[in-house]
Design a protein around this ligand. Sequence first.
Ligand code: 9UX
Length: 71
Amino acid sequence: RPVVQTYAVTGMTCEHCVRAVTEELSALPGVEEVRVDLARGTATVASTEPLPVESVRAAVDEAGYELAGGI
Ligand code: 9UX
């Protein structure tokens, strides 16, 4: 079954931010589903294997935002 982890992402303020983060995280190997909650400032990722935090950080950075940590 998938591994589900929620991360705090800072800097997202609109639906375009949400889309950018969703697309970058979705491109990581093994990711099956991404749900970004703009109001909470979180991204929840379901993946086939645990994701290296540095991969998640790099994806969020690539989108233009900052990974604040795991929740
Ligand atoms: Mo919306 Mo997000 O115009 O950085 S894309 S604020």
